[in-house]
Write a protein that binds this ligand. Structure first.
Ligand SMILES: Nc1ncnc2c1ncn2[C@@H]1O[C@H](COP(=O)(O)OP(=O)(O)OP(=O)(O)O)[C@@H](O)[C@H]1O
Ligand SMILES: [Mg+2]
Length: 331
């Protein structure tokens, strides 16, 4: 069985690299069962708006349908192999957080129950089950709302150059992976064309969205981060940083996009946390280690992954789900 790739609004080079242009399901043999990764959704005549690195986006009536595939990216490239069930796991993690954060901020979710989707989507339920969300279309703020409680990635880079992150002064002596004195709001531009997001100062947010909205986005970002990191800590995970996207609907400001998934956040295992170098990535470490081991030059075409790396990575995503939600998931 194979979903066929039928037209893509956004040109995505990785579909033509290293894997057949038309066969977009990968499979591997786990211990117990054959599992298949959905590398791309195909919803027939439902208008496809675009494909991100991981998610496919469709227009459904006046709403949007977000479909999380099993694609996985590393070093900014989508790999040729998917992680079976990853899209389901990420969707269920987002849903968990949307509910937990409802007392802080409303969100864009209409329903994730395929039976409640418009009838035009029902023929595709085997692709959509567990991995899709019908959401209200929001007027998106053109910024990525990032909260950081720890120094890593672009934050660490800027800190080394200037002891600041997004212009916020930080104490001397911090290391890669250090905990910050308090969580900070470090917004970034939203790249439209796959280019890197760029960290910006709060003043730029004010001029982009207005002073009132800027203050509210910062307040919400830090409040959600603080609630989520407390929850994660109770489960032995550090939420080092995370990215939110907000938009406006009739209900005012809503939390949109995906929330607090391993794809939009850095989760670290608290037991393994040791500032002074890059922290192991909770979910993608096996993938990164493998890609370093084969000395991939991090340029297209992205390689495929061997079954054991796929299996170990799938297990990490499931563990993230289990630890964060306290539930197990049948994928
Ligand atoms: N409720 C919503 N209303 C309107 N747009 C939304 C809503 N929720 C999310 N979006 C937008 O949908 C798009 C989802 O795209 P997605 O994140 O999958 O890919 P991308 O951002 O293009 O690339 P990447 O894979 O690097 O994140 C984003 O532009 C996001 O801002
Ligand atoms: Mg995105």
């Amino acid at each position: 069985m194979a979903w066929l790739f039928a037209g893509c609004v956004r040109p995505v080079a990785y579909f033509t690299q290293g894997l057949s242009k038309w066969v977009i399901l990968s499979s591997f043999w786990g211990h117990n069962a054959v599992k298949q990764a959905l590398l791309s959704s195909n919803l027939g005549s439902i208008p496809l708006i675009g494909r991100g690195k991981v998610r496919d986006l469709y227009a459904v009536e006046d709403k949007l349908l977000l479909v999380a595939t099993d694609r996985i990216s590393a070093f900014d490239h989508v790999l040729a192999t998917g992680i079976p069930g990853k899209g389901k796991i990420l969707t269920q993690i987002s849903l968990f957080w949307f509910e937990l954060m409802e007392s802080i901020v409303p969100n864009h979710l209409v329903t994730a129950d395929v039976r409640q989707f418009p009838a035009s989507l029902h023929p595709f339920s085997d692709q959509l089950e567990g991995r899709s969300m019908l959401v209200k279309r929001a007027g998106m703020f053109p910024i990525e709302c990032v909260a950081r409680g720890y120094l890593a990635g672009s934050g660490w880079k800027e800190y080394q150059a200037s002891h600041t992150v997004c212009g916020i002064h930080l104490p001397e002596g911090l290391q890669d992976g250090s905990r910050l004195p308090e969580p900070i709001f470090t917004p970034a531009t939203k790249s439209q064309d796959g280019a890197h997001d760029e960290n910006i100062a709060f003043a730029q947010v004010q001029s982009l969205v207005g002073a009132g909205a800027a203050a509210e986005l910062r307040r919400l970002t830090l409040e959600i981060y603080s609630r989520a990191s407390r929850h994660a800590e109770e489960r032995g995970l550090i939420l080092a940083d995370t990215k939110f996207e907000f938009g406006t609907t009739d209900a005012g400001i809503v939390l949109a996009d995906e929330v607090l998934t391993p794809d939009s956040s850095r989760f670290w295992d608290a037991a393994a946390w040791a500032p002074g170098g890059a922290q192991p990535s909770f979910d993608k470490q096996y993938v990164r280690d493998y890609l370093e081991q084969i000395r991939w030059n991090k340029e297209a075409p992205a390689p495929s992954l061997p079954p054991e790396v796929v299996e170990q990575t799938q297990a990490k995503y499931l563990e993230a789900y289990r630890r964060l939600t306290g539930r197990s998931l049948d994928i």
